[in-house]
Design a protein around this ligand. Sequence first.
Ligand SMILES: C[S@@+](CC[C@H](N)C(=O)[O-])C[C@H]1O[C@@H](n2cnc3c(N)ncnc32)[C@H](O)[C@@H]1O
Length: 312
Amino acid sequence: MSQNLSGNLSRTPLADPVTPIPEAKPRPLPWIKKSVSITATEIQLLAHYIHSLCGINIEPSKAYLLETRLGKLLETENCDSFTALYYKAKSDPDKRLEKQIIDAITTNETLFFRDGSPFELLKHKIIPEVIDLRTATVKSGAPAIRIWSAACSTGQEIFSIAIILKELLGSTNTFNISLIGTDISDAAIKQASYGAYNKFEIERGLARERLLRYFSAVGESWKINDEIRSMATFKKFNLMGSFAGVGKFDIIFCRNVAIYFTLEDRMRLFDKMANCLEEDGYLIIGATESLTGVCPRFIPKRHLKSIFYQLR
Ligand SMILES: C[S@@+](CC[C@H](N)C(=O)[O-])C[C@H]1O[C@@H](n2cnc3c(N)ncnc32)[C@H](O)[C@@H]1O
């Protein structure tokens, strides 16, 4: 019978026939990371915790998301179980780990000029209408226009709005325009504030002329020019929390975030949004979203291919 003696086996020294070979202790191989499975109790514990932090609703069928997205934190935090990670996060007074859990669990998927039509709507209908209305009613100084990208992720949405404003108005100095981008993820806000994007991010949704006109190459990335960057302000803000002090906006973009929330949380969110929209303001939600059965204070309106919402 032939044996396979290939590879390192051929160099293994022969054992002394009288000395018993000590049993080898199992040693973890440094290049093989131990994967820790999540238990049903841990799924409940973490899903409840994450919901309390940011409203993201993790159904039991999506439990793999906890394992895949929080698994890396087990290693970096030296935790041998998801329960240990949970207690470490809960007992962390400066909330460092809590922030990392939020960054890991949120889906920051976004792109420049996402879905196209909301930006056409902004350019051809909403901005001209808001400008006319605010110019007609301003008592003194430049008419103020406030725009909020709630859940702005890494900034592509708000910079797309800023580019539209720049192209429509030229020098925006004749209007007092505030563009505010908010998100719960520290990592997303950090990138948005810096305004730099890698090749993959830049290629998603941005026409070449706009890239060359509004961005400069910095090493491997492209950074938005100061003129557009300075039009926007970014802040961390949890849509599940209180909206006290948020003020009123003329235009709100709240796209592709409420899909992660329960119906009850969506109802509460859009009720709060209704409170901070000007009476004649505009709300734009994601292409696959609807407020039917969510918030009766809004009515859907159509302009060409686009749907937007206004207060009843
Ligand atoms: C899929 S991105 C959408 C980005 C952009 N609005 C768009 O449509 O392209 C969803 C964003 O919602 C943010 N988010 C999730 N829960 C949030 C919460 N409770 N408050 C604020 N932002 C939240 C995430 O961090 C993520 O950046």
